[in-house]
Ligand binder design. Structure first.
Ligand SMILES: [Zn+2]
Length: 304
């Protein structure tokens, strides 16, 4: 007999999401959705070998139970015990073909946006797959970025990575995006130098030049990162008055932070439980950064 098959499931205290290979069965019943009634109804019935959770439904009511079976070896085995994880007063059933139920972040977003305040949310999503989340409490990660371009690149990339992140706990992004022209206002000048024309920024009421075009030297204020200052020094033999746009150097904020820095070129760095990625970070590096933040801030989370 496989170990653990008879033991009650050990579940995290929040963000309970079944793992990819933990079968979730759906059963319509006619009994009340309390643990005792469900026990009378389900114990002794055969369940498929991979089934560990059963979504029980009766009319409009939904609950979720964890089940133990006599054995995990044969294809089917009798149910020997169950725990009601969430009952119908605290649970809803959502149908949304846009939700990929294999992605914990997508499950949590569906739960918190569509059924706020409910402990348990069962979602029938893409491919008609059914999964659930109990006690959703996403890890809030601040993404520190500067714009334009729009959409703010790092923030957009993190959203794209999260849309595929089967292995990460639910994550909610907290954008901390500062606009270049508001940074310019912090140091008034009649002439600004920006890193490149590509960003499309011009500061109203001031002349704007772009460092990547190597313009003739003027008395300007550089709106750029440390790397831009280094390039300025290379071109003109001196540094310019500067408004530093580096998101990593922006101070303040608590909790998990993901920021980019102009000085990183090829690797990510961790500093005081926050993660810094290069200016041109790849999606793979951003995935690695998110995994690193989760290891720091949610080390014990695992799918149920
Ligand atoms: Zn930097």
């Amino acid at each position: 007999m496989a170990a653990g098959v008879n033991e009650p499931a050990r579940l995290p205290s929040r963000n309970v999401v079944p793992g990819a290979y933990r079968g979730v069965a759906v059963t319509w019943v006619e009994c009340d959705l309390d643990e005792e009634s469900l026990g009378r109804h389900l114990i002794g019935r055969e369940a498929y070998r991979r089934t560990r959770f059963i979504v029980v439904r009766n009319g409009p009511e939904t609950g979720v139970v964890a089940v133990q079976k006599a054995s995990a070896e044969p294809l089917f085995s009798p149910i020997t015990g169950l725990q009601l994880l969430v009952g119908p007063a605290d649970c809803v059933f959502l149908e949304d073909p846009e939700v990929d139920t294999a992605i914990p972040t997508a499950l949590a977003y569906a739960a918190t946006s569509r059924a706020p305040g409910k402990r348990g949310v069962v979602v029938q999503g893409k491919y008609e797959h059914v999964s659930f989340i109990i006690d959703p409490s996403p890890l809030r990660i601040t993404v520190r970025e500067v714009a334009p371009p729009y959409p703010a690149k790092l923030l957009d990339q993190v959203h794209r990575v999260l849309a595929l992140a089967e292995h990460l706990p639910p994550i909610e992004l907290v954008p901390d995006v500062v606009e270049l022209d508001s940074l310019a206002e912090s140091r008034r000048s009649e002439h600004y130098l920006l890193p490149c024309r590509g960003g499309g920024v011009a500061v109203e009421g001031a002349t704007t030049d772009y460092l990547d075009e190597h313009p003739e030297r003027r008395e300007w204020t550089l709106i750029g990162c440390e790397r831009s200052e280094q390039i300025h020094e290379w071109f003109y033999g001196e540094r310019a008055p500067q408004v530093d746009i580096c998101p990593w150097k922006r101070s303040g904020g608590a909790g998990p932070i993901l920021a980019k820095c102009c000085l990183l070129e090829s690797h990510i760095e961790i500093d005081d439980r926050r993660v810094i990625v290069p200016w041109g970070a790849s999606l793979a590096q951003i995935s690695q950064a998110l995994t690193t933040l989760v290891d720091e801030w949610e080390p014990s989370w695992a799918p149920a």
